[in-house]
Design a protein around this ligand. Structure first.
Ligand code: BGC
Length: 566
């Protein structure tokens, strides 16, 4: 609409017109947001390696370096191995604390961010997260002991909580339906790259005998904060946020930018109409009168009904819990420690690096799978695959026996275990890794979406934290641990059986639908019948939007985008 004016939107009855076509530039906007995953991955990735660094261990325990205590003795010699196990390692409670305190901060960060994103917007919440994260990072880098490190991890975690939940929300709200799953899987890809980068940096600095050993890996993170905050400052806000706020002119302008279309395009009018009509419908079903009321709305309705808010909130929370209980972070957090215990491995760091590389290389397959095969089958078959892999690892470990002085390690068994651990990572990376994020971005109605995503993300971090706390006590070869060793894989495998049942009975198929159509599908199907559902009406038609005469002023917006569609 050159020259400005108002546009009255009526909406469409055509179910194929509820989303505007998208330009290449618009795809790039969505893809950039995935960068937030780097934070998440990097921050979870560096701690495990640092805990195993000689300089760091000496700083935390005050014990002498093994090569100083046993000059000239090979580092695989039993006396050195025993010294490392008994004395030269960070005590389990400190390992637990430094690892899991990040997740504790993230837990609260994710919940608060869900709240904030409805008040100050998705973009500003993420930018604020970058700022908080930087403060925490400065403390981590400055620390020379437990206290300041823990404080830094807690604050940085708070920032990561903001970023990890709101990036998902933002991406799901602006991504076109056809590629929404793939783009959110791109976020998971960035998580894996973050973990890999952390491992590479840790690998490069592990042998330094100065504070650079851990300060360098920590300081690299500032780069991610600067890139994400600067990029987001330039990107448009989510149009769905503006609809929720009742600012329809801003919603139209934002939608025009994320779709790369001019404001007076009929496609933009129709998509906007559908978002508005859906929001009106949701508000009529569960009205939100007050601040407390809007929180209560997350738990409204019968849990047995797939479309109720209570059911969707439970689905998101359980989905993320199940993802963590697959045990994936056992490998990424405690990989180097666990591989060292297996014996017959001269460089546990390197194996850690390989596992993270497998994670990175397997994830891109999910970009295609999540749109072609769908979320539900990936989750069901992914869980089944992980059950098989983890039970095999446990069985090999059990038959090979413990790595002790009178029963030395079996190199062939160790290699086979590592191979199946890598296959397990691969299955995770193609299925539960991305899908858990994709699904939580899609199942909530706009009225409770930010809080629902925040609560679900908080659940991810809660379980992440629990795993961080308990794992050293499960596997470490110390008197205060359960010494499960490789039997821990039987535990993760059994939990994957639960994930399998959960996915089969409770996860609906959301591929190819707009977020508004997901609402309708949940009302009309059960998870097991959801795959066959096809959109048959629009919210704009059902809510009689045409009769309400909703007008959007578009006078101030400069329209520069071309009608170039892909
Ligand atoms: C999980 C993380 C995990 C990562 C591994 C993510 O989806 O939430 O906890 O470390 O995947 O790639």
């Amino acid at each position: 609409m050159p020259g400005g004016g108002v546009v009255a939107i009526t909406g469409t009855t055509n179910v194929d017109r509820v989303e505007a076509p998208v330009t290449v530039r618009a795809y790039l906007i969505v893809a950039f947001a995935a960068f937030g995953g780097i934070f998440f991955g990097y921050d979870t990735g560096w701690m495990g390696g640092v805990l195993n660094m000689d300089f760091f261990i000496k700083q935390y325990t005050g014990a002498e370096y093994p090569d100083v205590k046993f000059p000239g003795v090979n580092h695989l010699d039993q006396s050195v191995v025993d010294y490392r196990k008994s004395t030269f390692s960070v005590p389990p409670w400190q390992q637990s604390l430094t690892t899991s305190i990040l997740s504790a901060g993230t837990f609260f960060g994710a919940i608060i961010a869900g709240d904030l994103a409805d008040f100050i917007g998705r973009r500003f919440t993420i930018i604020m997260g970058c700022g908080i994260f930087t403060i925490g990072g400065i403390l981590e880098a400055a620390s020379t002991g437990l206290g300041v490190m823990v404080a830094g991890r807690l604050i940085a975690g708070f920032g990561v909580g903001f970023i990890s939940s709101i990036v998902i929300l933002y991406m799901s709200e602006i991504a076109p339906k056809k590629v929404r799953g793939a783009v959110v899987a791109g976020y998971q890809f960035c998580i894996t790259i973050g973990i890999l980068l952390a491992n590479c940096v840790v690998y490069a600095t592990q042998n330094r005998r100065d504070t650079g050993s851990y300060r360098i890996p920590i300081s690299v993170q500032f780069l991610w904060a600067i890139i994400l905050a600067t990029g987001l400052a330039l990107l448009p806000e989510s149009p769905r946020y503006w609809v929720k706020k009742g600012k329809l002119d801003k919603a139209a302008a934002a939608l025009g930018r994320v779709r790369g279309q001019p404001l007076d395009s009929e496609y933009i009018q129709d998509e906007l109409a559908e978002i508005i009509a859906n929001h009106e419908y949701e508000m009529s079903v569960v009205p939100q009168t007050s601040y407390l009321g809007s929180w209560m709305a997350c738990f409204e309705g019968k849990i047995s009904q797939p479309s109720s808010n209570a059911r969707r909130t439970a689905l998101g929370i359980c989905m993320q819990a199940m993802q963590q209980l697959t045990g994936i972070n056992f490998i990424f957090y405690f990989g180097p420690v666990f591989f060292a215990q297996l014996g017959s491995i001269s460089d546990p760091f390197l194996i850690g690096l390989i596992t993270t590389l497998v994670n990175v290389c397997s994830t891109p397959a999910s970009f295609w799978l999540v749109e072609k095969v769908g979320r539900r089958p990936l989750l069901v078959f992914g869980a089944a695959g992980m059950v098989i892999m983890q039970f095999i690892v446990g069985a090999i470990g059990a038959s090979a026996g413990k790595n002790t002085a009178d029963h030395p390690a079996n190199p062939a068994a160790t290699r086979a275990m590592i191979a199946f651990i890598c296959l397990n990572i691969s299955v995770f990376a193609m299925t539960w890794g991305p899908c858990a994020w994709v699904v939580i971005g899609e199942i909530f109605p706009l009225t409770i979406r930010s809080r629902g995503v925040g609560l679900s993300t908080a659940s991810n971090w809660f379980w992440n934290c629990i795993i961080g706390i308990i794992t050293p006590y499960l596997v470490a070869d110390r008197p205060d641990s359960a010494r499960l060793g490789s039997n821990v894989f039987f535990l993760w495998g059994s939990l994957c059986c639960v994930s399998f049942l959960f996915a089969y009975f409770f996860v609906p198929e959301t591929k190819g639908l707009t977020l508004e159509q997901v609402d309708k599908m949940l009302e009309e199907t059960t998870p097991r019948t959801s795959r066959g559902w096809k959109p048959h009406s629009t919210f704009a038609a059902e809510m009689h939007l045409g009769e309400k005469n909703i007008e959007i002023p578009v006078a101030t917006e400069k329209v520069t985008a071309k009608h170039e569609t892909v």
